[in-house]
Ligand binder design. Structure first.
Ligand code: A2P
Length: 312
């Protein structure tokens, strides 16, 4: 676990969380069953979002885990959800977090993140038409996020997909600085500048797509089938997935890895009792970089969004 800044009760985040977003979507029943398995094998950190459609099955899984005695109390879990961009408006944020809490059957979140540094009109679909995408009014939006924390609806607040520039703007107005920036991060998209910036400012980084989001519309097999990572894995008797997750851990970040398969869930937790050599780390830091999630195809070509698609 890593202790977070600017949160209630010395909140700490378990280094590995279970991602719950998949495409095509998995049925709520299968999602709930997978999450119960994850709790059984030791996951205590779960990542969801209003967008994913997994808040309800996660809530049901937590309720069931409590009934079955797999956990003694909700406090043993660390739960993140995210504000979807159609609600990124000062008057819509408290209702949005309350809706997420109802879906999750919880009184509070551990972490509530602004999903993207942009606002969508309420009727926008994905991908949105150009006229439905707007810059975020960060001051009023962040004040409402701070209100969520002050009301006890979440222990911590943070952001996702923010660049250094977005964070600088946010830090200049925040009364409560963001605890987390959750971004796409893996051995093939290393975000060195952003990680260094966040470290300097005391913002913890969480990696999404730590395995390259294989089989989703925003990812591919470039991590799991990367020759160099495969070579390192073979030499160490580990899997390529484990090499990627271990590399992330050694960078000081936490990560949300999605697997709904019990064996792979277990495998992804087994990264703590071995390490990469300096030579292996050097090889990884020289791999060519490519981003999986193309912001322009998700939200359209907007000049003020272009920074999100370049390494930062
Ligand atoms: P599955 O759910 O069938 O295990 P990311 O966490 O980067 O979004 O990647 C998620 C993708 O990687 C999913 O397709 C998931 O499939 C797959 N995956 C997760 N863990 C492993 C693993 N240890 N080995 C191979 N594939 C994995």
């Amino acid at each position: 676990r890593v202790t977070l800044n600017n949160c209630d009760d010395d909140l700490s985040i378990p280094v590995i969380g279970l991602g719950t977003s998949s495409s095509p979507r998995v049925s709520p029943e299968a999602t709930k069953a997978a999450i119960i398995e994850a709790i059984k094998v030791g996951y205590r950190h779960f990542d969801t979002a209003s967008l994913y459609g997994t808040e309800q099955p996660l809530g049901e899984a937590i309720a069931e885990a409590l009934r079955l005695g797999l956990i003694n109390s909700r406090d043993e879990l660390y739960i993140t959800s995210k504000l979807w961009s159609t609600s990124a408006d000062k008057d819509l944020i408290i209702p949005a977090i309350k809706k997420s809490l109802r879906n999750l059957q919880l009184d509070y979140l551990d972490m509530y993140l602004i999903h993207w540094p942009l606002k969508l009109s309420e009727e926008a679909k994905l991908p949105p038409q150009k006229e439905h995408v707007f810059p975020l009014d960060i001051k009023s939006v962040w004040e409402a996020m701070e209100e969520c924390k002050n009301l006890g609806l979440t222990k911590g607040i943070g952001v996702s997909n923010f660049t250094c520039k977005n964070l600088e703007e946010l830090l200049s107005i925040a009364k409560i600085p963001p605890a987390i920036n959750q971004v796409e991060l893996n051995p093939l998209w290393r975000q060195k500048k952003l990680r260094e910036f966040c470290k300097e400012k005391g913002i913890h980084v969480t990696a999404y797509s730590p395995l390259g989001a294989f089989k989703t519309s925003w990812g591919d097999n470039r991590i799991l089938e990367c020759d160099i990572l495969e070579e390192i894995a073979k030499a160490k008797g580990k899997t390529t997935a484990q090499i990627s997750l271990r590399w992330l851990y050694e960078q000081g970040v936490s990560m949300v890895a999605k697997s709904f398969n019990k064996e792979r869930m277990k495998q992804n937790l087994e990264i703590f009792d071995w390490s990469l050599t300096q030579e292996e780390s050097n090889k990884i830091s020289q791999l060519p970089q490519t981003k999986g999630l193309k912001v322009a195809s998700a939200f359209g070509q907007h000049d003020w969004l272009l920074d999100l698609d370049v390494e930062n």
